[in-house]
Design a protein. Structure first.
Length: 440
């Protein structure tokens, strides 16, 4: 018996530790560190840092080594006038130059002196890094909104299950009471059957909602960056969240577009287009680089290059290379003009995003204000429907009401209960969208 209690204690303790509890704020914080999209955004930032360094290295000294080995299976033959060797004029002697095997090694140090595209490339690398950081910031905000929506859907399904189970329990009691009244001859069989149909519909809805509840929890887990098999428990409920998310002050919050993430991203895109014009213009400029080469060459009839007796011949060269664009049939000019046109389009996009963000805030405030009002109305409608259903139930059991009228009142109650829950979730969702629109 003691062993059994010990095992039970261990199992319960393990389950309590295995299950993670999350309030809405805790779920948001967890997701903003562990969501798959967040992880990818951080990888993109690291990648942008490496790309920036890659661009920087193009202007730093470069050293390359080279090894060339040649083994002439059959050496080429050259013809030279035979009279060089005392032969007859007009005749040619067949001669093979060099040894059968050759080995040459060299190392080259090169350094870029000037290249306009390199300077622009460094600036572009910084812009690219900024783009990655802004994208990560936007992902953080998107994840927050996604978690709020997913969390709300789980609570909606959970509350729906509780209401359905309560309604089924009450309806089963009503059917039992009606059955007794029918057996005593004070009700018709149709009254029982009508309530049984309603009960069957509720049970079907309960089964569907149970499936939706499980799917909603898995969707929340994925959004947070958890495995769908992870056990989680939500510590907030809809009633608490509706109180936390009801704030009329939010409707009067001023909108500052300069700090909005979408506006900053568009400004960065504008800067990128300006740099692209500079890049195309840089192709008018010359590019200059210098190099130093040192090499060793060995020749032999057999592969004996690593013998001490092998003789090596060294050589070295220093040079400067200047590439000067003179005439490209106006290709560079055409590319510059295209880049300027892209910049004009981006300016139009910037103006459009400003107006779009202002409209987005107005719509979000309208939706949130409507959600607050709709919640109050939904609550009144639910309480009213509950009173109507209760009155119809009393009339039915007193024998002055019909089962059809009672069924209508019950269905109306069930509908208003769901509408009430939806109204709560809508407040949470619309507040999240308003905060995103205001860049809070």
């Amino acid at each position: 018996m003691k062993k059994l209690f010990f095992i039970l204690f261990v199992v319960l303790t393990y389950n309590s530790f295995a299950q993670q509890n999350f309030s809405l704020e805790e779920a948001i914080r967890y997701a903003q560190k562990n969501a798959y999209a967040i992880k990818n955004a951080k990888i993109d930032i690291d990648k942008a840092i490496k790309r920036k360094w890659e661009t920087t290295t193009m202007g730093l000294p470069q050293i390359n080594a080279k090894v060339d080995y040649q083994n002439f299976i059959k050496q080429p033959v050259s013809l030279i006038p035979a009279q060089f060797f005392g032969g007859m004029p007009g005749e040619f002697a067949e001669v093979s130059f060099g040894t059968k095997q050759n080995l040459k090694t060299s190392a080259t140090l090169s350094q870029l002196i000037f290249d306009g595209s390199y300077i622009v490339g460094l600036q572009s690398a910084k812009v690219y890094l900024t783009i990655s950081k802004l994208a990560e910031e936007k992902t953080q905000k998107s994840i927050k909104e996604a978690v709020i929506l997913a969390y709300g859907n789980v609570l909606l399904s959970k509350e729906s299950l509780a209401i359905l189970k309560e309604n089924i329990s009450l309806l089963e009691k009503s059917i039992n009471d009606t059955q007794k009244i029918y057996e005593n001859g004070f009700a018709e069989e149709q009254d029982v059957e009508q309530l049984q149909i309603t009960l069957s519909n509720l049970k079907n809805q309960l089964q569907k909602t149970e499936s939706l509840y499980e799917i909603a929890k898995k969707m929340l887990s994925i959004t947070m960056g958890l495995s769908i098999d992870e056990k989680i428990k939500l510590t907030d409920n809809l009633e608490n969240l509706v109180q936390k998310n009801t704030s009329l002050e939010l409707l009067n919050t001023p909108f500052t577009i300069d700090n909005h993430i979408d506006y900053k991203m568009e400004l960065n895109n504008l800067k990128a287009k300006e740099l692209f014009i500079k890049l195309e213009k840089s192709k008018y400029l010359p590019s200059v680089f210098t190099f130093v080469n040192y090499g060793l060459t060995a020749n032999n009839e057999k592969f004996k290059f690593f013998n001490k007796e092998q003789k090596w011949y060294d050589s070295s060269i220093f040079g400067v290379s200047i590439k000067i664009p003179i005439f490209t049939s106006f290709k560079t000019n055409a590319r510059v003009q295209q880049a300027k046109m892209d910049l004009e389009k981006e300016k139009n996009n910037l103006t459009q995003i400003q107006e779009k963000l202002k409209l987005q805030v107005e719509k979000a405030k309208t939706d949130y204000n409507f959600a607050l009002a709709n919640f109050q109305n939904a609550k009144k409608r639910m309480l009213l429907a509950k009173r109507i259903e209760n009155k119809e139930k009393i009339k039915f059991f007193e024998g002055v009401g019909s089962s059809f009228t009672l069924t209508q009142a019950q269905q109306q109650l069930y509908s208003t209960q769901q509408n009430y829950l939806q109204a709560i979730v809508k407040i949470i969702e619309s507040k999240a969208k308003l905060e995103t629109a205001l860049n809070l």
